[in-house]
Design a protein around this ligand. Structure first.
Ligand SMILES: [Zn+2]
Ligand SMILES: [Zn+2]
Length: 322
């Protein structure tokens, strides 16, 4: 049997808030390595002990098999004399200064979460704060680094038993998902109108949809800011918004739940479609369809309209309402 050795990696790049440490944990188990992985303000350190061949393979996966939204860079690998305890561990973060800072951005809802959001028997069915290691808010929640739940605005929400189990299970897709939440333990939606508050999440969602249907304007607090929402097919609602804003002529953007719906409103080119689905989820200008139901007051006198996809579960729940 080849002699065991220990190596220490320093990983830089885009690795905070993307499920990188859980991924390292899974890879270490795949190659039967002992050791640990730890966040160190902006970088990740990995200490692993095993057969040299296994360590080589492990090292390769650290970049090649990393989670889709991660961009790791191996900054350094060195041999170490340390002999770690058996098993592999995710250690709590170690603060150090000066910080090599990469603050993770907010991410659009991933397809796995979107599926759960629509499954009536899922415990996060229609829960507008669903997220995982591959999606959800990051930048908006972070109060200080390193990126750990205790350093975010999620800190006051104590995890329920079911969420804690997911958070602690290396095989779960929410393993160490710092903003993990569910209807039982996470934030709730509140709807406010004329000083009356509706505090039940589903009722608040229904009240929002009803208000929009009735031609009202709703200020929706999303990730990182507010959107003023009105029904894009309702001329009077758009005019009222323009008057109150005041924004008499400037075009407004239209949000859609999915790209199929969006195609009914604009003649989407392939390049535009790719841009719409890119991680930044931008507003894209596209040629209007002749027979669109979207009000002419959205972009008065223009042949193009700005369109965007719902990027958070809350926006998704609102835009999918029938
Ligand atoms: Zn997700
Ligand atoms: Zn929970």
């Amino acid at each position: 049997m080849p002699e065991m050795e220990t190596r220490l990696w320093q990983i830089n790049g885009h690795i905070q808030g993307v499920g990188y440490r859980p991924f390292v944990y899974r890879m270490a188990n795949r190659y039967q390595l002992s050791g640990w992985v730890r966040n160190k303000t902006g970088t990740v350190n990995i200490l692993a002990r095993g057969e040299p061949e296994m360590l080589d393979s492990f090292s390769g996966t650290l970049v090649n098999e990393a989670p889709a939204i991660a961009r790791p860079v191996i900054a350094d690998i060195e041999k170490s004399a340390e002999i770690p305890k058996s098993g592999f561990a995710i250690l709590s973060s170690q603060e150090s200064h000066p910080a090599r800072i990469h603050i993770p951005p907010d991410y659009f809802m991933c397809s796995d979460c979107q599926q759960e959001l629509m499954q009536p028997d899922n415990r996060r069915y229609r829960y507008p704060f669903i997220n995982c290691t591959q999606c959800g808010p990051r930048y908006t929640l972070i109060k200080r680094l390193p990126y750990d739940r205790l350093n975010t605005t999620m800190q006051p929400f104590r995890l329920c038993k079911a969420c804690r189990k997911e958070y602690q299970n290396p095989l779960d897709r929410r393993f160490h998902a710092e903003p993990i939440a569910c209807p039982e333990c996470g934030p709730r939606l509140v709807f406010l109108q004329n000083n009356v508050a509706i505090k039940d999440t589903e009722q608040a969602l229904q009240a929002t949809i009803a208000a929009l249907r009735n031609g009202l304007c709703v200020a929706v607090k999303g990730i990182g800011g507010y959107h003023l929402f009105v029904d894009a097919e309702n001329d009077a609602a758009i005019e009222a918004l323009r008057k109150r804003k005041p924004r008499p002529h400037k075009p407004l953007a239209v949000m859609f739940s999915d790209i199929e719906n969006l195609r009914r409103t604009v003649k989407l080119s392939e390049a535009e479609a790719a841009l719409l689905c890119s991680p930044a989820r931008p507003i894209v200008l596209s040629q209007k369809q002749a027979d669109t139901n979207v009000s002419k007051y959205v972009a008065p006198g223009l042949s193009e309209v700005g369109v965007m996809l719902a990027y958070s579960p809350l926006h998704f729940c609102i835009t999918t309402a029938r």
